[in-house]
Write a protein that binds this ligand. Structure first.
Ligand code: IPE
Ligand code: IPE
Ligand code: MG
Length: 224
């Protein structure tokens, strides 16, 4: 039985969750945050060291201004309400993606949140904000080229996840079967798990189901 140290989730389906209930998309996003909260509270039971959540992609700017601003608002509320608990649980918060172009107050909140949780030793919560994997790889490759040595190792060293354990398991909710520009490099040998459950309905039991399936998979890494 192998356990997953690093799990990433593409938290998809908030809009459809709301639509099914004839509610505005913003309610779906709100319930999506509740699902995150629920997972964080039970993370201890899962043995996961690093949980990486895709919260806002570099392509999500294509959505309406209202929806983008709802999502920013929820992020503000999440940091304001949940950071204390994250720190108390000994979790370190790490943001990947270029959040520097977010509204200035939010940038400050995010920087403070990372600083306040920096000494956490019980696990790492990685949140991807304005994250795009192709952009991340291009940047890492450019940095490697500037140093005169473009190899798998030098590119990997320039990725935002360079300090994290390798990705073991990548989960996507809502029935979509694609990566949507998330952790493309890191997923090279990750196990993939797709579920029809919509993100607001996703609980720690669903996570445990994914972990159980993971532990039964045979990982070969090209060998045999
Ligand atoms: C995921 O839910 C949340 C974000 C992408 C921010 P969606 O908003 O993509 O929900 P669907 O895919 O429309 O159901
Ligand atoms: C991926 O979901 C991004 C996040 C979950 C944050 P999307 O809903 O944006 O992906 P597509 O557009 O269906 O590929
Ligand atoms: Mg979606």
């Amino acid at each position: 039985m192998t356990s997953a140290r690093h799990v990433a989730i593409i938290m998809d389906g908030n809009g459809r969750w709301a639509k099914r209930r004839l509610l505005p998309r913003s309610v779906g996003h709100k319930r999506g945050v509740e699902a995150v909260r629920g997972l964080l509270r039970s993370l201890d039971d899962t043995g996961i060291e690093v949980l990486t959540l895709y919260a806002f992609s570099s392509e999500n700017w294509k959505r309406s201004e209202d929806e983008v601003s709802d999502l920013m608002g929820l992020l503000r509320i999440f940091i304001a309400r949940d950071l204390d608990e994250i720190v108390e649980r000994g979790l370190k918060l790490k943001i990947i993606g270029d959040f520097s172009i977010f509204p200035a107050d939010l940038v400050t909140m995010i920087q403070d949140a990372q600083a306040r949780s920096a000494s956490g030793t019980q696990g790492t919560l990685v949140v991807a904000l304005n994250y795009g994997s192709q952009q991340e790889i291009a940047k890492a490759a450019a940095a490697a080229a500037a140093k005169g040595e473009v190899t798998v190792e030098t590119i990997a060293a320039g990725l935002e996840t360079a300090d994290l354990p390798p990705l073991d398991l990548l989960i996507r909710t809502s029935g979509e079967v694609r990566l949507s520009n998330f952790l493309l490099w890191q997923a090279s040998y990750a196990e993939l798990y797709f579920t029809d459950v919509l993100w607001p309905d996703f609980t720690v039991d669903h996570l445990k189901q994914a972990l159980a399936e993971f532990s039964g998979r045979e990982r070969r890494f090209g060998g045999r």
